[in-house]
Design a protein around this ligand. Sequence first.
Ligand code: MN3
Length: 260
Amino acid sequence: MSNNDSIQNLRTRRDAVKILGAGAAALGIMPMAGAASAGAAGAEKPSGTAAASEIGYKDGQYILPPLPYAANALEPCIDEETMVIHHATLHQNYVNGANRTAKALAAIADGSGDAALTKAYERDLAFFGSGHSLHTLFWNNMTPGGSEPSGALADALVADFGSIENFMRQFTAASVSVEGGGWGLLSYEPIARRLIILQVEKQQNLTFQGAFPLLGCDVWEHAYFLKYKAKRADYVEAFKKVINWPDVAKRFETAKRIYS
Ligand code: MN3
């Protein structure tokens, strides 16, 4: 099955949106304005207000959003070669896998596929879909020169962790100690309406269902090994120097609006 396979032969476009779009807004791969105001159906008519680098779904397929900066823009913290491989090859693989999986699940839904493979495809959907959403988050979570948290987000970090320094300590510890490949993730937890730090294994394990991702640090070896070799902690320190806090704050405001 090629990367260019269309899923528009699904019974209806709305079926595709149901299958592909559930949770996508919360994961930040669909235009936020449309998704927040219209739910999953908002995916059918992207509002156009989201930056190009935010849009990971178009014309019935997941797509690779462009990087929001040049591939060498985060040097020396994130080297250009790693950035190119990570975005153009690895993120594209997650996009391709998500589309392939959505098509297979749609075939199971309409009776033409092999229902015995449902469990395998559901695992693929969680892995590839989460890979797509988290990498889209990751690119936008970084900016040349870095930044500092401010405003309501800074207030919330202090309220929920005691101080910005405390937040950084826990986020760093979570990112550095992921077992195998995974992520350190700051999320908005909508039940207690507080910020939490999750330690994600692979792309999809150890989540708090419903939590809205705000800031992710990719600690798979592919994210740092070319430059940092086995020194993951050095890479996490470098990542913290290029965090795009205004982007994290924008996601925080979106999360609060969605769950208000
Ligand atoms: Mn990665």
